[in-house]
Each structure stands twice: as C-alpha cells, then as structure tokens.
Design a protein around this ligand. Structure first.
Ligand code: H79
Length: 452
C-alpha cells in the first residue's frame, strides 16, 4: 500500500548517531517535574497510582497544580551529581522529561505560561541537565509529551469544527515548542515522544511526519522514537504496511519481549522500565516502595534487552528538591559495580546469532570482536549451565568476565559444554565464551552423571 505518512524507508539507519545509540545499550530515564513535590500525596491522602498522574488520581484543578511551581525551589538540585551517578552506573545516554502530561516545562518556553520561569529561581533546569550530562560524555535525549492536560486547545478526539480549530492551534503550539527545544539545545541526540495515543493525534499522522522531518532538519541525524508517529490510517509505531516509523521501536513500557523472540533483532528498539512496579515520578508511598526491583533484577532486564539487540532505559525519579532518592543512588551504585566488571557483555553487544535462549540467562555477542557472553541470571538447580554453541562451532575457552580467570569446563558434545557456576554468585555472573568454527574433538567421557 502506498502511504503518504507511513515509514519513509524500510532500511535500518546505519549512520554514526544510530550506531552510537545501538552500542550504548543502557540509558537513564529521568522523570522530573512538579509531580516530584507532592510525590503521590495530596491533602494528606496517598494515591498509589503513578506520581506523575496525581492531578488525575486526586482530581486536582489545573490552577492548584501549576501553583506548585512556587515550591519548585530545587534547593538540592545538582545536575553534575546526577550526571556522575549515571556515568558511574554505566549509562551511556539520558532521556529527560522536558514536558510531561501536566504541561509544566523544565525550560523557559516562550510558548507556555507554566515553566521554570514561574519558579522563584527561574533557572533553565533542562539546560543545566543537558550541559552536565554532556560534560560527562553522556548523550542527551529529550522526552516530550504531546498530550497536555494544561493547554486549553488540547483535545482527546475531534468531534466538532471548534475541536478541529482548537486542535490545529494545539499542534502549532507543540511544533513551536519542539522547534524551540531543537534550537535551544542543538547538541541533543534524540527526541522521545509520549502521549500520542489519543484519537486526535492519530488523526494527524501528517503532523507527526512533519515534526520528525523538522527535527531532523534542525539537528541532522537526531533520533526520533516510533511513539511519535502515526500514518494516515491512524496506525501507530508501525505503519499500515507493518513498517517501523521513526528510528527505533519504543512500544515496550514496563515490559520486555519474550526472550526467545528473535524477530526483535530485525529492528532497533528500546524498552523503558521503572524501579517500582508503576511510578515514573518520585513517589513517597510505602506501598509503592515495597514494589521496588532489586539491582540483580534490573541487571537481568538489561541483559534480556541486549540479548535481543535492544536498549534498556532505566527510570529515575529525582525528588522535588532536586536530590536523587537514596534508594536510587544505591541501586545505581550496585548496577555500576556490576557494569564495571561485566559491561563488556552489554556495551556494543547484541543478539548472539545461533545461540538459542538458554533459560538460565542470556547470551549476548559483540559483533566487532565476535566474543560471546553467557550472563547467568537464574541458577539451575544442578549448579551447572550447559552452553550450546551454534551448529558447526564449538566452544574453545571460557573465562569469568569479572575476574578474567579461565574456567574449567566439561565437553558434553561437539556443540555443548558444562560449566559449574559458583553458588555464591549474588548478582548475574558472566562467562566470556570463545567459539570456533571447526571440528571438535570426540566428546569427553568425564561428564558428571548428575548433570545430564
Ligand atoms: O512517562 C511515563 C508515563 O507517565 C507515561 N509514559 C511513561 C514513559 C504514561 N502515560 N500514560 N501511561 C503511561 C499509561 C497510559 C496507558 C494508556 Fe493506553 C493510554 C491506556 C489507554 C491510553 C496506550 C494506549 C495503552 C493503551 C492504549
């Protein structure tokens, strides 16, 4: 089907910006805005739904919500500290909420009356974040919600000529803001769109394409996620022919594809993940805190994404005063410790062709070096893992990535070996496997019968 607003190409991008994004594999998501101040609590009542949805959960009038800007004094905000934390965690890029659904802008937008300009300090917080992360060598992407609960011209659907006129003004407003962002922050590497699922946006596929084109004209090579895009039939992410719109698929939110779904490697993609079960903004509720994932689980999700040639964008919700919550600092430190020892199995890696999903964890491979990694996230009851190399190849050597030490293994057949895994492994242990395409020696007779 010939489409006007569908995918502009069926080729994957393979330019330096896209290759860098693909190599990075691990990004930090930042949700920071007015919602960080009440943190899910309004007039003494705690609302356990996502903190950034509090205006909806507690039915708060917009004027009361926007008045929070007076309290957004950010006394403990230090963008350099955030950037150092992200860097030490092993994140290679950051995606930061320039504007979330509530309409509040982290930059002094000339098109909006609810921005950092309405705070006591009037600082360009977004500009400080961009500069601080880039100073650490971390690429910056800007999150922008098209859905806007504050703007009077926002419509969920178009039901009248008035709606049509309002929404046309709204789209001009959003496009002006996006031009403003790309002009003020021309060093950013990507735009991450959200809030595009309503009928009103789906009826304006042409606008989504126009915005993508405008941003790429203003910032050559800039990345745009699939969530922005709709075609003329209202198909989102993928057009009516099934072709991916935008540069990478961004539909996996707080979930991951099936680990055996190898079709995922056919396009670029990124999943985004919260630490609690469901809140992107900082949440004060103990019930929300009780759902926090452990570092080992988050590392597992990162390995899972990379094993299918995807990226993981792990969310942080700084507090209203600008400080990172202590639990997030601790999680970042623990992931960072693991990444310093094992990041070689993540950065620059993707799916290991021919290595089938093993159940006890994930394989990743660095296409440049050919090195294959076995990331063990679920210890088998037997205490051993049995990596199986692709047909026609056999594993020659095994090294524990964290220590660099050679690991003894038993050969089960041409393709398959057995490796004992130390019981004390608390976080995912990684083995670097060297496989060669040649005839293996006859199977060893020294196989532990307990292991079959
Ligand atoms: O910014 C974070 C969340 O605040 C935001 N996206 C992440 C990155 C978010 N906004 N809304 N939601 C998440 C959940 C919304 C889900 C729904 Fe729908 C929108 C339910 C109905 C409309 C999308 C479209 C899911 C089902 C249909």
């Amino acid at each position: 089907m010939q489409l006007k607003y569908g995918a502009q190409t069926t080729q994957r991008r393979d330019d330096p910006t896209m290759r860098a994004f693909r190599r990075d594999r691990f990004g930090q998501f930042i949700h920071w805005g007015l919602y960080a101040l009440p943190a899910g609590v309004w007039r003494g009542e705690t609302y356990d739904f996502a903190a950034e949805f509090l205006p909806k959960s507690a039915n708060i009038p917009d004027a009361d919500w926007q008045a929070l800007a007076a309290d957004f004094t950010v006394d403990r905000f230090d963008a350099a500290e955030w950037a150092r934390t992200a860097k030490a965690m092993g994140a290679r890029y950051v995606t930061v909420t320039a504007k979330h659904h509530d309409g509040f802008c982290l930059w002094p937008s000339e098109y909006s009356d609810t921005t950092v300009a309405a705070t006591p300090h009037g600082r360009d917080l977004l500009g400080e974040i961009v500069a601080a992360y880039e100073a650490e060598g971390i690429a910056v992407h800007l999150y922008y919600s098209v859905l806007d609960w504050h703007h009077p011209d926002w419509r969920y659907r178009i039901e009248s000529a008035d709606d049509e006129a309002s929404f046309a003004r709204f789209l001009t407003f959003a496009q002006n803001q996006l031009r403003e962002l790309a002009t003020r922050y021309p060093t950013v590497r990507g735009f991450w769109f959200d809030g595009t699922w309503d009928e009103s946006v789906k009826a304006n596929g042409g606008w989504t394409l126009e915005v993508e084109r405008m941003l790429k004209e203003l910032i050559p090579g800039v990345l745009v996620n699939s969530r922005l895009r709709a075609d003329e039939n209202g198909a989102r992410h993928r057009d009516s022919n099934g072709d991916l719109m935008g540069d990478f698929f961004s539909g996996y939110e707080r979930r991951l594809p099936d680990p055996w779904d190898r079709s995922m490697a056919e396009h670029d993609w990124e999943a985004c993940m919260t630490i609690p079960q469901n809140s992107w903004g900082h949440h004060a509720s103990a019930a929300v805190a009780a759902t926090r994932k452990q570092p080992a689980e988050l590392i597992e999700q990162l390995a899972h994404a990379v094993s299918l040639s995807g990226n993981l964008l792990l969310n942080f919700g700084p507090m209203g005063d600008g400080a990172l919550p202590a639990f997030e600092v601790e999680i970042a430190r623990e992931i960072g410790d693991w990444m310093r020892a094992n990041g070689e199995a993540i950065h620059g890696c993707g799916m290991a062709p021919g290595w089938d999903y093993p159940g006890w964890g994930y394989y990743t491979q660095n296409a440049d070096t050919g090195a294959t990694y076995a990331i063990v996230t679920r210890m088998p009851v037997s205490g051993v893992i049995k990596p199986q190399a692709p047909a026609g190849t056999s594993i020659r050597s095994v090294r524990a990535l964290a220590t660099g030490e050679e690991v003894e293994f038993a050969r089960l057949d041409d393709q398959t070996i057995s490796i004992p895994v130390p019981r004390e492994a608390r976080v995912p242990i990684v083995f670097a496997l060297e496989a060669e395409r040649e005839q293996a020696p006859a199977p060893s007779q020294e196989v532990n019968p307990d292991v079959a």
